[in-house]
Design a binder for this molecule. Sequence first.
Ligand code: ADP
Length: 505
Amino acid sequence: MAEPYQHYIDGEWVSGDGTETFESTNPATGETLGEFHRGTPSDIDRAITAADDAYEEWRELSRIDRAEYLWDVYHELRERTDELGEVVTKECGKEISEGKADVVEAAHMVEWAAGDARHPKGDIIPSEIPSKDAYMRRKPRGVTGCITPWNFPIAIPYWHMAVALVEGNTVVWKPAEQTPWCAQIVAEMFEEAGIPDGVFNMIQGFGDAGNAIVEDDRVPTVLFTGSAEVGHKIAGKLGDESGRRVACEMGGKNGIVITEQADLDIAVHSAVMSSFKTTGQRCVSSERLIVHEDIYDEFKERFVEVAEKVAVGDPLEEDTFMGPAIEAEHVEKIQKYNDLAREEGVNVLVDRTELGDEEIPEGHEDGHWVGPFVYEADPDANLRCTQEEVFGPHVALLEYSGDIERAVDIHNDTPYGLAGAIISEDYRQINYYRDHAEIGLAYGNLPCIGAEVQLPFGGVKKSGNGYPSAREIIEAVTDRTAWTLNNSKDIEMAQGLSADILTDD
Ligand code: ADP
């Protein structure tokens, strides 16, 4: 039997201190994909020491030299997109176009960060005093802890790490326990790029390993993408006066407003993509469709028709729309929410909670299958099923009457604020939504999924306190300095402040 895969610490592959291992399994088949050492808090400690030691030299390189390592990674991501896309699909169950898109998105993020290295950084700012030069400059913060989820197992790690590294930080990364094979490949890419020892470290493992990063004061910055439950715990621990910082991107209970002015083709298409892509397991997936009464019946009929027949099955097949859920426990969670909706008295329209035997492809009987669950509910009933994130293909139709203000009130009536969309041909309605929807990622006449790396990515309210992606992540992984330089032999102060203490008379 093959040896379990290892951690990558200080430029070496090591088994770590722990004795336990864990397996990665294909959620569509139950097949074992590999065995991995389970990292312990002492492995994390060692990785943080290595990253801390490597930091001084790494930050002294120019941004352009640091980015050179990332260009190697970029080319590899591009050359191996198809192969790696298949790995993503096998390990996390997303259908194959999504598996490949995960790799393409990673390449885009690396390209953005490495390209940004040659762009101007900071600001030149005027001073009141002609002989002074004033600037805003940025400095790295040190060791960046990255804690990532399973659903974008190649893309999200690069969202976190590419910019952190280019800005001169070193990295300790704890990937998701469900997708260690993808993490292994990411680590191999950094090794092959020849990144200096200790600059990048990867420790496989679970929440206890992630928590050890959070607990360590030598890590001034933590980037987290995952559940609201864990993210708020982390933010609570770092939200003290120590100067440590966390950027969290968490879940949502995302909605799409479909007004009486909507193009129904766009509405149905957007709703299906947003609700069922990745089996509803994106942080931006939509579980609330807020539909105007004038078009409600027609929209309902068309959406239900697609939800009844949307292809659930082998994610490696190109005509599959939805693959499996990530884990058996996650199927149970989705089923519990479907049960809860029934208990809360909603009107169920589509119930594919249990797929029929004939729907499950041969050889996939051990997969974690769950199909669409669609219902209609009263938007004012304050039901748990329409308020809490399920993270699955569980969708409420919420009918409204009245104007766009009413629709946006319903839209905003959740504790979350990540993503959303409006479908309308009326620019006044669109503009109202744009200005009043309480979300970080807003779309018009589009699904509420499908981010691009050069845009901010993050939410408000319970969905996040930071933007662990692209330009905005620079705020998390650097400190700003207001730097003022005097070019004169005299000291002249701003605001007319007297400075003549050395004159005799
Ligand atoms: P998801 O529901 O998407 O799996 P989680 O929040 O459970 O999201 O996990 C996201 C990442 O956070 C994973 O890498 C997981 O191991 C890690 N994690 C889980 N619990 C903790 C914790 N208490 N402290 C730090 N990291 C954690």
